[in-house]
Design a binder for this molecule. Sequence first.
Ligand SMILES: Nc1nc2c(c(=O)[nH]1)N[C@H]1C(S)=C(S)[C@@H](COP(=O)(O)OP(=O)(O)OC[C@H]3O[C@@H](n4cnc5c(=O)[nH]c(N)nc54)[C@H](O)[C@@H]3O)O[C@H]1N2
Ligand SMILES: Nc1nc2c(c(=O)[nH]1)N[C@H]1C(S)=C(S)[C@@H](COP(=O)(O)OP(=O)(O)OC[C@H]3O[C@@H](n4cnc5c(=O)[nH]c(N)nc54)[C@H](O)[C@@H]3O)O[C@H]1N2
Ligand SMILES: [Mo]
Length: 678
Amino acid sequence: MEVHNTACPRNCYSTCSFKVSTDNGKVVGIDPQPINKATPEGPCIKGLSYLERVNSSDRILYPMKKSGDEFERISWETALEVISEKLKEFHHDFGPHSVLYYAASGMSGVLNGVSSSFWEMYGGATTVYGNLCWPAGLEATRLTLGENKHNAPWDIENAGVIILWGKNPAETNIQQMLPIGKAREKGARIIVIDPRYTPTAQKADLLVQPIPGTDALLALGIAKILIEKNQVDKDFLNKYVLGYEQFREEVLKINLEEVSATCGVPLEFIQEIVAAIVGSGPMTLVVGYGMQRYSNGGQTTRCLLALSVITGNIGKPGACWHYADLQGDIFSEIKEPESYYPGNDGLFRRSISTSSLGEQMMLQQNPKLKMAWVERGNPLTQNPDSNKVMEAFRQLDFVVVVDQFLTDTAKEADIILPAKSMFEQTDIISSYWNPYVQLKPKVIEPMGEVKPETEIYYLLAQRMGFSEQEILENIPQPNDQAIEDWLIEKLNAFPGLTLEKLRMGPVLAPGLQEVAFSNRVFPTSSGKIELYSEEAASRWGVSSLPTYEPVIEGKDNSSFPFNLLSPNTKNRIHSQFGNLQVIKSAAPEPYATINQLDAQKKNIQNGDWISVFNDRGELKIKAKLDPWMRPGCVSIYNGYWHQEGACPNTLSKGRETDMGHGAAFHDNMVDYQKVTSN
Ligand SMILES: Nc1nc2c(c(=O)[nH]1)N[C@H]1C(S)=C(S)[C@@H](COP(=O)(O)OP(=O)(O)OC[C@H]3O[C@@H](n4cnc5c(=O)[nH]c(N)nc54)[C@H](O)[C@@H]3O)O[C@H]1N2
Ligand SMILES: Nc1nc2c(c(=O)[nH]1)N[C@H]1C(S)=C(S)[C@@H](COP(=O)(O)OP(=O)(O)OC[C@H]3O[C@@H](n4cnc5c(=O)[nH]c(N)nc54)[C@H](O)[C@@H]3O)O[C@H]1N2
Ligand SMILES: [Mo]
């Protein structure tokens, strides 16, 4: 048996280090790797389920071609022949932009950049700009602090008050619960702000449940009380902050009764948050990504961040704005760029918004889209307004999907190519929370006829007739040594960071500041923290100050009365893992969580089937009654497949956030009614 150090490459805060054991070319064990101070206890249930995932009999191990409603195995020879002929034909007849290259967040790694190189060689393609995940908050933070970084995960232990605002680490970042627990033992106050009663809320001293999308106003209300009580850090504001006076002037105009009514939060609770901020010592404000998936998400994030700024809770132990830490993301230049802004298309020249993928795909002219290539993503399940995405895919002449399993998107393919698992190719990964650079080594030969993307593209480039020299300049040769050489070349930019060192285990990112901004350097255009941001106004057309803007689709402007939230669940990473037996035994069926009193009014009991609907779609799902859920809200976890009958994106609108070109998944009103009794 051999044991290797590795790390989980899923799109998740934690990015856990772990040890993988192999025997006779098979993965046989997964154990914790305590060297990593952020993830000492090892991976979650999903990490442990890799054992099943990699060896699963449902895995796609060969190229397959659609034949009627089924797929049949074909050879690589045939698959590459058919695909290269199609690529040549579309290029010749309509130009390269008739092909959509869609890649998302299914597998992290520096080698992902190779995929873009292939499409560049092809002459460009249509691709997406924006990102489904976090960009409104990233952009709001960049505009304010100049950079996205936060204190090391273990520093939370030093906080006197921890506010988890729209973040649910007990499910989405379980490793964060360790330092939170330690802080709590030392007397820290834990406040959760979330319309749902989450497993995280169960550990809190105070749960505040605002009406979804109103958090900006809640934050401004808190700011007003802090300012009136003179509980701001004058010295910090004078030295490091631009625009406090303008901010103060606007905030003082706010009426607290209106805040309470608009947010649906009693004034006493607002006072209680203020008391905790003032009286408990350093504050770490942990802001989740769900909270910014609204049409006002960027401005909301700026309002929340203003609380850290005016109280001087930045750049000190235990005092931190905790959104995303990109200090470990040392290859951001090389890696496939995640978001192309429109008009800034670089390699690809035509790009469409991922937030309204289906609609945009169908709108393209000159040329129309003819083909899509999908890898590392499941847009039919995960992008908003999935009925439109499905319609758009069905209008195409030819679809290639590279995946490990027969997902909703793979089902729409003409040809499916088998995707590697994390154990079948060496790569280097980073995280947006865990400040280490980590190696994910190849520990087994690819199963069946699986080939990593780098090899698929290499072979395809040969078939396309690109010159060997051009290919070698863009794509590493398909052998282990060439892949390692490619990685070593990238590592050369970081003295001391070698493949050998990474093999020994996780390495802290070069130049890491464990306390972010401890040097008080804020790389904004003014060199100060910008509460007042001209760039916010010029680039995004929002106010230069942090303001509350009502959401586009909310209670006041929709004929559907309930807010639908579709957050993440502990048993899945988005649409991954749910098909495994281990996960099915932990979470056997999807359900919609609804408030108990709301349910009673509609004569709905626990376990009844309900129909949740709006003018975009409908889904039938079992109801789970929850006395602690905020009334007026419904919650269905995202990640369930259409094949499982419970994909909430049937109901969501393809709409961009106010900044960063994110997806406003939660600006989403629905109604529901009983279908059949339990
Ligand atoms: N187990 C697991 N872990 C994951 C993932 C996963 O799928 N599964 N995904 C990873 C990825 S890519 C991401 S982006 C993160 C996301 O993880 P988080 O940052 O925790 O985000 P969400 O789960 O989307 O939402 C967090 C909370 O925000 C609340 N919320 C929604 N709307 C509002 C609002 O208007 N106001 C307030 N105050 N709260 C609101 C939701 O009820 C939810 O409990 O998790 C990462 N980690
Ligand atoms: N309603 C609603 N929808 C949401 C969200 C929400 O909060 N609400 N959250 C959004 C967020 S935050 C995110 S990040 C997105 C995530 O959406 P996606 O980025 O589409 O991620 P996944 O669902 O994880 O799907 C990734 C696919 O990649 C495949 N895969 C894994 N490894 C490899 C590989 O090495 N090669 C290839 N070719 N494929 C591989 C997996 O099998 C899986 O099918 O979903 C978004 N969708
Ligand atoms: Mo995400």
